[in-house]
Ligand binder design. Structure first.
Ligand SMILES: *Cc1c(COP(=O)(O)O)cnc(C)c1O
Length: 422
């Protein structure tokens, strides 16, 4: 038995499913998860001493690669000065100023400890700012595990809980719309627009595969929000600082009222943030009536990691390198029989399918069902070839500035031979 398998058996005795976040359990691909003991650049090494080129990159935060020297130095220095003070400290100030000075839609921001917390807080704030209760979300978008977001489309406009333990009363306050459906959006706003506190969307949905949206669709959403006094929340936990420094707000030119960040903003440490126009953010305690707090919020070590990471992204060269890597992957895999690749910058999604329509997949309904089992086969073939993908057909892959051209070619070669072999 491998050490990983042994540890997984032990972990199952002490934690549900042996993992601390469900996708890590390999349920979608079969087998047992690797226990990773170290990581460097684009590589991870498991407790059995096997090395893999990593295209999961902790599901996004590691945009500079693992243990980047500048981030490691910043974190080490911060830790040596003490790692929690429970009071104001300079590092969160530096990170706030860096972000506010570069992103016009971020006039004020507040740090929290995860993307989930950022979304939860932004929703509360939107409800307070509008005096309304109803929230609109989109099928196929993920916003963390706060109750109000664990809702899927029910019959008519009412949402129903997508997790046990979410009360019907909470579900009733979330309505679910379809991506890429402008008439549906218009109908929904016509019916309930005046009740909607906020519409929240991943402007680049990347948690149910990668479902790029048309600019017209995002424009229509922004327009409807404006017409109905509904706040527009961009959940950029995955796309923020990833697709561009300013994420999809920068790329689309749409100005959200509120925005949520996570993942890259903490450089791989537990950090989230919610942000937006000053007049809205000033409703947050201690100046305003919206309560939100955190004992470990803006933890100085995490802030140092975020700052060192973001400082390396401000001049834009990282995004050119990431795009080069993404384009190389696309070029080397283009025309591969049995495969669809959807890509946006350094985010990619591999879909093993026979002959797709050729149309870009923009909604969960367009996902080819047969590709689930094919993905599982491909995943294990790649693992055997020393390549680690996110262990689910519904997760996007991530490139970092630490991936070399050789890494990309190795991925493409392994994908091709896994498809040939089936
Ligand atoms: C990852 C993610 C979240 C949740 O963030 P956590 O830090 O896992 O709580 C929320 N929204 C989006 C878009 C995400 O990608």
């Amino acid at each position: 038995m491998s050490r990983s398998a042994d540890m997984f058996a032990r972990a199952n005795a002490v934690t549900p499913g042996g993992v601390h976040s469900p996708v890590r359990a390999f349920r979608h691909v079969g087998g047992t998860p690797l226990f990773i003991r170290s990581a460097q650049g684009s590589r991870i090494e498991d407790v059995d001493g096997q090395r893999y080129t990593d295209f999961c990159m902790a599901f996004g935060p590691m945009i500079l690669g693992h243990t980047h020297p500048a981030v490691l130095d910043a974190v080490t220095a911060a830790a040596a000065s003490g790692w929690s003070f429970g009071t104001a400290e300079p590092c969160s100030l530096a990170l706030s100023e860096l972000i506010c000075s570069r992103l016009p839609w971020v006039e004020n921001l507040r740090f929290v400890n995860s993307g989930t917390e950022a979304v939860m807080s932004a929703l509360r704030l939107a409800r307070a700012a509008t005096g309304r209760s109803l929230i609109l979300k989109f099928d196929g978008c993920y916003h963390g595990h706060t109750d109000a977001m664990l809702i899927r489309a029910g019959s008519g406009l009412a949402g129903i809980a997508d997790s046990a333990g979410v009360p019907p009363g909470v579900a009733a306050d979330t309505v679910v719309a379809q991506l890429d459906d402008i008439p549906g959006l218009e109908g929904l706003f016509a019916a309930r627009g005046s009740e909607l506190a906020a519409a929240i969307i991943e402007p680049l949905p990347a948690n149910h595969g990668l479902l790029p949206q048309r600019q017209e669709f995002l424009d229509a959403l922004a327009w409807q929000c404006q017409q109905h006094g509904t706040l527009l929340i961009f959940d950029e936990v995955i796309s923020g600082f990833r697709t561009a420094f300013g994420g999809m707000a920068e790329i689309t030119g749409i100005r959200p009222d509120l925005v949520t960040y996570g993942k890259i903003i903490g450089g791989g440490f537990p950090v989230g943030a919610y942000a937006g126009r000053r007049e809205i953010m000033q409703l947050v305690a201690p100046v305003g009536p919206v309560y939100q707090a955190g004992t470990l919020s803006a933890n100085p070590v995490a802030m140092a990691a975020g700052l060192a990471t973001l400082e390396r992204l401000t001049d834009g060269t990282a995004y050119l390198a990431l795009e080069d890597n993404g384009r190389l992957l696309e070029e080397t895999l283009s025309g591969t029989p049995g495969l669809r690749l959807q890509r946006f910058g350094s985010l990619f999604w591999l879909v093993p399918e026979d002959a797709g329509s050729g149309e870009v997949i923009r909604t969960p309904a367009a996902f080819p069902a047969a590709s689930e089992s094919r993905f599982a086969k491909m995943f294990h073939a790649l693992l055997a070839a020393g390549i680690y993908l996110p262990p689910s057909p519904y997760e996007a892959g991530f490139l970092s500035t630490a991936h070399s051209e050789d890494d990309i070619h190795a991925l493409a070669d392994a994908v091709r031979s896994s498809l040939d072999a089936r």
